[in-house]
Design a protein around this ligand. Structure first.
Ligand SMILES: Cc1cc2nc3c(=O)[nH]c(=O)nc-3n(C[C@H](O)[C@H](O)[C@H](O)COP(=O)(O)OP(=O)(O)OC[C@H]3O[C@@H](n4cnc5c(N)ncnc54)[C@H](O)[C@@H]3O)c2cc1C
Length: 456
């Protein structure tokens, strides 16, 4: 007889979603979190996806922790060339309305709220560090996970949902994951305090009609020069009086370039815009975290064993390019919890039932979002090349136009500027096999509907 119906390890977005859904389905749920309070150890940019949060946690968007948060109004993505003398890039002010589905949060506040909702639904939250899996027949026939070992004792359940994040000890113990530096990016954060009114003058945010302050993305997200892929950005929140400076560096690239991530940070802090933003600000906190942005490996090939499933970052399931992963973790957590309820109802904990977990999340958008090939293009500098050529072309266009050259003549000069980008464009198209597969599936379905093409 097990202690619980399901044990959920980790009270981040994935674990809290799993615990809440399982508790609502009347399962006996244990939610384990190593931090003093959920979110205490977590760091992120960080945007939660409004709709999935509201679906699993009704009332999410009215929660107190959103007070004083701001939102990003556009996308500001640039490459710093020539050691910051010149920046190439794109600034798209898409506007507040379009960005309302991404909600900025501080994880120490939001994770605590989400965990509390799971507790209100009936889950038991325990502060404990899970250190290992408990196995039945580990080295014999049909091995199965039947619980977890923690610093507070051992707990058993017919299903363990591992939502312990990218460094999950249990995931390693399960044998399903083993990440190298190509999978992981180190992110560091310098957190500054600055008077909100002073910050407002520097960032010129505007107030959206729903009362949320919108930052125009004034601080560029900058990616470094070839061959080391790395990025940095600044996010200011005037009402909270906080500015976050975040630097990302993929570990394999960092090792190859032999640079210290703080060196990158110092470069960014000295760029004109950032320096002006931070004048007089006080550095109040530093933290570091890992994520799988810039990941050239992709997801774990298998996400379950009998008795055990990985949800979210524990299986490396964050989107590899921008690493929005909270939504993925929540979706997988929900799928796992629903399956736990189904297994209990059917009294069927067979391997075939656990396999359904993988079948189900693979039916969602999560599977086609696994496109680590795009990061290889970034790392090889292909996107930089394309943007750089576009910049050259624009510079030529304006120079000629304001010197009384005709448009046909300008075109003859501008078009060849894209020549050096051709190999990059060809490589980019070749790497987007996921897009073509997705398009092929959609067109195939449409053709089948119309009675055309091959039928299964
Ligand atoms: C700088 C940065 C910015 C990001 N920005 C965004 C963003 O804007 N939007 C987005 O969607 N994603 C973002 N991400 C990614 C996102 O944070 C993760 O994909 C997401 O948090 C994954 O959720 P999870 O529940 O799988 O794991 P986590 O959020 O990592 O939660 C794991 C939890 O398990 C606990 N835990 C770990 N080990 C144990 C153990 N042994 N025993 C008990 N408890 C344990 C941890 O303390 C933690 O609370 C960002 C990440 C970083 C680092």
């Amino acid at each position: 007889m097990s202690d619980y119906d399901v044990i959920v390890v980790g009270a981040g977005p994935g674990g809290t979603a799993a615990a809440k859904v399982a508790a609502e389905k009347k399962l006996k749920v244990l939610l384990l979190e190593r931090a003093r309070t959920p979110g205490d150890k977590n760091m992120s940019g960080s945007y939660l996806f409004r709709n999935i949060c509201e679906e699993i946690f009704p009332g999410f968007q009215q929660a107190e922790f959103h007070k004083g948060q701001c939102r990003i109004g556009g996308i500001d993505f640039r490459w710093a060339y020539d050691n910051d003398v010149k920046q190439y890039g794109m600034v798209a002010g898409v506007g507040g309305d379009a960005m309302r589905d991404m909600m900025m949060v501080y994880r120490n506040e939001s994770d605590a709220w989400l965990a509390n909702e799971a507790v209100k639904a009936g889950a038991e939250l325990k502060t404990a560090l899970a250190t290992d899996l408990i196995w039945e027949n580990k080295d014999g026939e049909n091995p199965r996970v039947v619980g977890v070992v923690t610093d507070k004792g051992e707990f058993t359940a017919p299903m363990v949902i591992d939502a312990a994040g990218l460094h999950s000890q249990l995931a390693k113990r399960s044998g399903l994951v083993r990440w190298g530096p190509e999978k992981i990016t180190l992110a560091i954060k310098y957190i500054y305090r600055l008077d909100g009114d002073i910050m407002r003058k520097r960032l010129t945010p505007y107030m959206d009609s729903d009362g949320v302050e919108v930052d125009w993305g004034a601080m560029p997200t900058m990616c470094g020069d070839d061959p080391c892929f790395w990025g940095s950005h600044a996010v200011g929140c005037p009402d909270r009086g906080i500015i976050n400076i975040i630097i990302y560096h993929q570990l394999a690239q960092e090792m190859k370039a032999k640079v210290n991530i703080h060196q990158r940070a110092q470069w960014y802090l000295q760029t004109d815009q950032v320096k002006a933003l931070l004048e007089g600000a006080e550095l109040v906190q530093f933290n570091a975290h890992c994520l799988n942005i810039g990941d050239t490996v992709g997801y774990a090939p298998k996400s379950y064993l009998p008795g055990y499933v990985m949800a979210g970052d524990s299986g490396g399931f964050g989107q590899p390019v921008e690493d929005f992963g909270a939504n993925v973790a929540q979706t997988m957590g929900k799928i796992a919890a629903e399956l736990a309820a189904e297994m209990k109802a059917k009294k069927d904990y067979s391997e075939a039932m656990f396999a359904k977990y993988e079948e189900r999340w693979r039916e969602t958008w999560i599977l086609s979002d696994n496109v680590p090939e795009m990061n290889t293009l970034m790392i090889k500098g292909y996107f930089q090349k394309i943007v750089g050529c576009a910049d050259e072309a624009m510079a030529t266009l304006f120079k000629m136009r304001f010197n009384n050259h005709s448009f046909p003549e300008i075109a003859l000069n501008v078009v060849p500027k894209f020549g050096p980008a051709v190999p990059a464009i060809v490589a980019a198209i070749g790497s987007f096999k996921g897009i073509f597969e997705e398009a092929g599936n959609k067109i195939g379905g449409l053709m089948a509907l119309m009675g055309m093409g091959k039928k299964e």
